[in-house]
Design a binder for this molecule. Structure first.
Ligand SMILES: [Zn+2]
Length: 348
């Protein structure tokens, strides 16, 4: 197969030097590569590739630059059921943190194998990692103060479940901030309730949407005196999302941790594999005709002898040739590469 990697934008400037650039951006002795994952998320070739990329990057930083690196998975709460009442979107309070710890298969099993392949340690944390940070209160209040002066309040959302029924206003439609740190919320069944940003006993009740969590995390990591951080995410989190919902809010962008974007694995239409789409709507039937069903089911993938190791070798090769990191790959291409790198041929 003749494959081209057109050079443009970031790939032009970092095509050979990406990893050494990241090494220079990490000034502390220890490096933590952060990966966020929903604790009830299924595994498929898309998010697996992002996880493998985090370990592969860590391995190159360790081997080539002698850095002390680990990967940290930080769980976000499972997403609860949603409903619409009076035109407002509500979400039921999600499961408590730690589902992967209670039911570690297959996530932990897969991550341990990737960790062993690359010789890189990992750990896991819940959102309390950020709440327990001594800078949390200061950063939270600074973000809220900044949001009140702009038009993006509706996109960076703090919410809290109703103490009686667990419903929470997903988009913060009826949430109101007072100058003294009170936030009032509205339950369609039980009326108003409140939380206070200054009270640490209430922080565990607060729930932040993805852009808010992202902003909190970036600022907290930028203030860490002991560790350098690299945030690893799928490439769909790049571009307009970060430009509008994160970078523009930073007072000191130079201090922010670099974000490393893993290539997406896309279907034949160019769309990213989405776990919620194939769980709820099953739109990938046509891939069964091509023998690619193992890519959307971790159990089928693990059934292929050598599949996970082949993926590790493929992603590691991207680190050796960083121009290959600034693009996405089709499921068909990845299938070819996995077979070439030792995955057992598909059984039909
Ligand atoms: Zn309620």
């Amino acid at each position: 197969m003749n494959i081209h990697h057109p050079l443009d934008a970031a790939s032009y400037y970092f095509k050979d030097t990406l990893v050494s650039y990241l090494d220079r951006r990490c000034h502390r002795e220890n490096i933590i590569i952060h990966v966020e994952t929903r604790e009830d998320s299924g595994l498929h070739i898309g998010n697996l590739t992002t996880f493998v990329a985090a370990f592969a990057l860590a391995a190159v930083l360790k081997q080539r630059f002698g850095r002390n690196v680990r990967v940290r998975f930080v769980y976000t709460p499972a997403s609860g059921d949603e409903c619409t009442i009076g035109g407002v979107r509500y979400q039921r309070h999600a499961l408590p943190n730690g589902v992967h710890e209670v039911n570690p298969s297959p996530f932990m099993r897969v991550v341990r194998r990737i960790s062993e392949f690359f010789g890189i340690p990992f750990d896991t944390a819940t959102q309390s990692l950020w709440r327990d940070n001594p800078e949390f209160s200061d950063v939270l209040q600074a973000i809220v103060a900044k949001l009140k002066s702009c038009s993006l309040t509706s996109r960076l959302v703090i919410r809290a479940p109703c103490p009686q029924c667990g419903l929470m206003d997903k988009r913060g439609t009826h949430s109101c901030f007072d100058d003294d740190g009170h936030i009032s919320f509205d339950c369609p069944r039980h009326g108003q309730y409140a939380a206070h940003l200054h009270d640490p006993r209430e922080w565990h009740r607060l729930n932040f949407n993805a852009p808010f969590r992202n902003l909190l995390r970036v600022i907290l990591c930028s203030r860490d005196k002991n560790n350098s951080w690299i945030l690893c995410a799928g490439a769909h989190y790049g571009g307009f999302y970060q430009d509008q919902l994160m970078w523009r809010f930073l007072d000191n962008p130079d201090n922010a941790p670099p974000i490393f974007y893993s290539p997406l694995i896309v279907d034949s239409s160019g769309g990213r594999l989405s776990e919620s789409l194939f769980r709820d709507q099953d739109p990938y039937d046509f891939h069964f005709d091509f023998g690619l069903e193992y890519m959307i089911s971790v159990f089928r993938f693990l059934g292929r002898h050598g599949g996970l190791e082949a993926l590790c070798r493929e992603v590691h090769a991207w680190m050796e040739e960083p121009h290959r990191l600034f693009r996405n790959y089709s499921m068909q291409y990845i299938d070819t590469q996995l077979r070439r790198r030792g995955m057992t041929a598909l059984q039909r």
